[in-house]
Design a protein around this ligand. Sequence first.
Ligand code: SF4
Length: 374
Amino acid sequence: MFADVAGGPGGECWPVVLQLERSERMSDDPLPAHVVNADHQPSMVVWEATRAFRFPGTPDAAPAELAARPGELTTNEAIAMIDQLEPFPGTVLGITGGDPLEREDLELIVSRARIRALPVVLALGATPRVTVHRLRKLRTASEQTEVAVRLDGPTAESHDAQRGFVGAYRRTLDIMQGARQVGFPVRIITAVSQRNVDELDALAEVVAMTGARQWNVSFLPPFGRGNAADVLSADEHEQVLVRLAHLWGRVPFTISVASSPSFARVMSQTGHPANGEVDTSTDGRGFMFISSTGDVRPSRLLPTVGNVRQDSPAVLYRHAPLFEALRDRDRLEGRCGRCEYRCECGGSRSWAYVTSGDLFAEDPTCPWEPVTAP
Ligand code: SF4
């Protein structure tokens, strides 16, 4: 799910071309590696399978502490949603939660995704639902599935403090080991904040040590309980992106940066060739979110444009006015609107919207001053 872009500074932007990821797990995949036009197909659809979640230490048989929302997709509705994604062969289906393992039908859904040629990345929490037995069942359901776990600190002390409970680090490493034992490739998700920004190199070493295939780095968003004080400034964002660009190609795993399309600019400015390996997919342009109740959005944080119970998600992705507007670089404002990198980057529309209420405002996480005059 990497992206390449044509277009020139200040000129017209060409359609973004996404190169769908082809990993080891797909080596026997009959589908050829292929590129797609981001106007027509996303590289990733994230589905929030449920909001239900139980914290580590809770007996497996106990009810989930955080309940499923009323109206979450039934098994038949989830299967129908997967079928409606058939126009997107090769697009990665990210399944997240809550805890997706709270759904007893998860194996059936993962299996259906395989039939529809949708590779799955399954985000697992460090919850009691994750057992080797369940992992084995999921692996049997689809060999085109990867497992993703969240690791925010390189030590038990750091990770446990950030996740809010003792034992989270140990449990996460155990889940990774169990997943690898049953054959899953594993990727690690990290949310960078003031609490771990000084531990990036140590985190990279742990990612390498675990044998993870990919490191998905994101940034703590500016909302949620207690988040505001831990959010990075624009300059700190930039320093993290530069650090990741430095690690690129020197570590035994790939790096993906979610919600920070300006990573494409940083990679370009730090001398990395524009060979299509930097994932620039972002809100509505290569990325789509489907909530547990079926609402379709360009990202988790952006407005709903329809619901899979009534609408085809593929049609919404291609033709919903909000999706089309988000792909229109002429709508961008502020620094993003006059930026020489607006075609390949364009800024995070989610951060712009959450911080200003304006979908097309400049990305507050980026400190770049365009060379084009205001
Ligand atoms: S100013 Fe906007 S378009 Fe330019 S690099 Fe920063 S986020 Fe991207």
